[in-house]
Design a protein around this ligand. Structure first.
Ligand code: 2P0
Length: 333
């Protein structure tokens, strides 16, 4: 039987972790060593179109209008192989993926990218997965992608089973549950020198604090779930800063040390603390890059935007509300 070409298109939002994921308990299956809790961001999106086509002689991968780099190609082909294996559709694919934000600079581009690719490529391959299985699948592309399957507040669960069957994300609360606002202060658009996967594995191998990081994560998750349940903004912000600082202390204690900040990052931390001292409800978090993500409430977001707009070293500001689940946006067949 000759197979026909089939296309699907999906859009997924990036997310930022309030309680950070850092470290893997199984590298091959990409099982996290710790659970994590995130917010999905409406303003940062990846749109991906996937076509499985009998006329292709290999996978064609275009990211932001450019051929995928060697490392991106390897990672995406491996992921497409998992989908080919699960669906029984052995055709090669053409994948086009576009971000509306800088790639690889600590803005979780792999999260929205693999969430969008999971939905578009499974659909195009003929495989229909529910959200739970889609989240588990996207983990094979990137751990943080599991969380971008859902909108609002999301928890990636650390499973106990070695197979990974319990390692998927769940939604804690939807996009409309609580109107939080975020500013993403971009301090550099350069690609980071060491990717998260490599840095996590280095940390696990060399940091003397790694086991304490793993052991202390359960308590952070319990407290953050409670802060979200009670809509306790101060508690949420305080825990988010604590988790971010603990993660960066961990990367700094690796050998060689991994430092994701630049001097503007540090100045922005001080700014957020000073603004809070002046009575503005505002907290920060930082991921595997020098950007500072500011978390606040609707009444204060314009004041904060004006404050940071012309701050030296801030190249660009993105504002976001909470975003929705991953979704299909059209199927050409
Ligand atoms: C997070 N980060 O929880 C943490 C905090 C960055 C800092 O998840 O190896 O690209 O693909 O599973 O998901 C970024 O790491 O790592 C990340 P892989 P991923 O958002």
């Amino acid at each position: 039987m000759t197979q026909q070409s089939k296309t699907a298109k999906a859009v997924a939002c990036a997310n930022i972790a309030l309680i950070k994921y850092w470290g893997k308990r199984d590298i091959a299956l990409n099982l996290p060593a710790v659970g994590s809790i995130s917010l999905t961001l409406e303003a940062l999106k990846t749109q991906t179109r996937a076509t499985f086509d009998p006329n292709l002689d290999k996978d064609y991968l275009i990211i932001n209008d450019q051929q995928a780099s060697e490392s991106q190609r390897k990672r995406i082909e491996k992921f497409l192989d998992i989908i080919r294996e699960k669906s029984g559709n052995r055709l090669f694919a053409e994948v086009r993926s576009d971000n509306n934000f800088p790639t690889g600079a600590g803005l979780a581009s792999s999260a929205s990218a693999f969430a969008a690719l999971s939905l578009a490529a499974t659909h195009a391959s003929g495989l229909e997965l529910n959200k739970k299985d889609l989240s588990g699948l996207s983990r094979r592309g990137s751990g943080s992608a599991t969380r971008s399957i859902y909108g609002g507040f999301v928890e990636m669960q650390r499973g106990k089973d070695a197979s990974g069957k319990e390692d998927f994300a769940i939604q804690l609360a939807s996009q409309d549950y609580w109107d939080l606002r975020l500013l993403i202060l971009i301090t550099s658009k350069e690609e980071k020198k060491m990717g998260s996967t490599e840095a996590m594995n280095l940390t696990a191998k060399t940091s003397p604090y790694y086991q304490d990081w793993v052991n202390s994560s359960g308590k952070d998750l319990v407290e953050m779930r409670k802060a979200i349940r009670e809509k306790d903004f101060e508690k949420l912000g305080d825990l988010a800063e604590y988790s971010a600082m603990k993660m960066h202390a961990l990367t700094l204690s690796s050998r060689p040390p991994v430092l994701y900040w630049n001097s503007t990052t540090l100045e922005l931390i001080e700014q957020v603390r000073a603004l809070r001292h002046d009575g503005i409800p505002v907290y920060f978090t930082i991921d595997a890059g020098p950007q500072v993500k500011v978390i606040s409430l609707p009444d204060h977001i314009n004041t904060l935007k004006s404050h940071f707009e012309f701050f030296p070293g801030v190249e660009n500001i993105m504002e976001s509300k909470l975003g929705p689940d991953v979704e299909l946006i059209g199927d050409d067949n």
